[in-house]
Design a protein around this ligand. Structure first.
Ligand code: AMP
Ligand code: MG
Length: 388
């Protein structure tokens, strides 16, 4: 059995970054920027007023000035402000020539076309100089998962399309005679395929394009039929049938279909029967069927693989550290990912850790990572965890 770290390294060896494609800014959020982009203009492109008020030249408290025109957003005042003059101005409007500052309207009294400046003028000049936000040529570097804020910045830079990494296409194959999909009426010996849907959600959130294939029954023919439906997927994920029981067909059938196996079995809990390799043009990951095992392997292995395919680098799932709220017993020979609740800055590991208990996973917001042979830990000891 190999370690989690070694398994990740072997997965990364199979998961290269995918090519890029152009997308409209409207489709760019959640995608990974693949090429550096540069602003094509200064923002603001002219000195702009930061407030509603009056643009004035050299003027001080008590001065009386004549209003000679107006500068509004999108409509500049074409002239120049001379001595004893001012221009009515609004937020975002170009500041006229000759203006030294914008006096906010609250600091002014107006009668007809005359204003009197108040006793205490705002200290700021209320002018945003050209390029105050960013200059032409300023860049956003790749790779970067684009957020809604990034999209706003790209739009301000006048960039209508961006090159992003193609979404990894992932085919999900559940296996088992006992499974039906949610909404179907299960037979007396059947259960609902659950982790399949959890993994689909996880993949979508990561920026992949998952697709559910029909459930493979526990026969070689059925499993082969599903593998043949994989089409042009970058990654095939099977769920279940990965151990060495009589009905666990994934490894032998995949091998007979030509899979080059990279590993089978990892020293971790839950998730020991994990396997991976290359099948045709796709990478293949065989997940254990137990609902929590499959989801934990999703967080520990599938998520970093998808990030690597997106060009975000080959790095393990990010860990954080926090103290334990209650003691934990010593760990055995496999790295243990225990469901826990992080509350008020401290971690409580749930008593029940059976890998069939999705309700405990649902209540958890952290996976506390117990290293191989980690001794018993007391309350207050700091441990690693993966945020969920
Ligand atoms: P297996 O690896 O096929 O032996 O499955 C281990 C356990 O996980 C069995 O109890 C299966 O019924 C269950 N299981 C397998 N696949 C799924 C799935 N997609 N959703 C929920 N439970 C599953
Ligand atoms: Mg099974």
């Amino acid at each position: 059995m190999i370690s989690v770290e070694e398994a990740l390294n072997r997965l990364f060896a199979l998961a290269g970054p995918l090519p890029s494609e152009p997308v409209s800014l409207l489709d760019a959020a959640g995608r990974v920027l693949a090429e550096r982009v540069q602003a094509t203009r200064d923002q603001p492109p002219f000195a702009a007023s930061a407030m509603d008020g009056y643009a004035v030249g050299d003027a001080s408290s008590g001065d009386v000035l004549k209003v000679i025109g107006e500068s509004a957003a999108g409509h500049r005042f074409p002239g120049r402000i001379g001595r004893g003059q001012c221009v009515r101005i609004f937020t975002g409007a170009p500041v006229p020539e000759g203006a030294k500052r914008v006096v906010i309207q609250e600091d002014v009294t107006r009668e007809g076309d005359r204003i009197t400046l108040g006793d205490r003028l705002d200290r700021s000049d209320n002018i945003r100089p050209p390029g105050n936000d960013f200059r032409k040529g300023v860049s956003i570097d790749a790779p970067r998962m684009l957020s809604p804020n990034d999209v706003a910045l790209l739009a301000a830079m006048n960039i209508p399309t961006v090159e992003v990494t193609r979404r990894p296409k992932v085919a999900l194959i559940s296996t088992g005679d006992e499974l039906v999909v949610p909404g179907e009426v299960p037979g007396p010996d059947q259960i609902i395929a659950s982790n399949t849907f959890g993994l689909h959600a996880l993949l979508t959130r990561l920026g992949a394009a998952p697709r559910l294939l029909p459930i493979a029954r526990d026969t070689e023919a059925s499993l082969r039929t599903c593998f043949e439906l994989v089409d042009d997927a970058d990654l095939v994920i099977t769920i279940g049938g990965a151990s060495v029981g009589d009905h666990d067909l994934v490894a032998p059938v995949a091998a007979r279909m030509g899979m080059e196996q990279a590993f089978h079995k990892v020293a971790m809990r839950p998730g020991k029967p994990l396997m991976s390799g290359r099948l045709g043009n796709a990478m293949m990951i065989g997940l254990p069927g137990n609902p929590v095992s499959a989801m934990v392997c999703g967080h520990v292995f599938v998520a970093p693989v998808i990030r690597a395919m997106l060009g975000l680098g080959a790095t393990p799932a990010p860990r954080e550290r926090a103290p334990l709220a209650a003691p934990v017993t010593q760990n055995g020979p496999r790295e243990h990912y225990t469901r826990a609740l992080l509350e008020d800055g401290a971690l409580t590991v749930f008593e029940r850790q059976d890998s069939s208990l999705l309700s405990i996973l649902g209540a958890a917001n952290a996976l506390v990572v117990r290293p191989v042979q980690d001794p018993a830990r007391a309350a207050g000891d700091t441990v690693d965890y993966l945020p969920l």
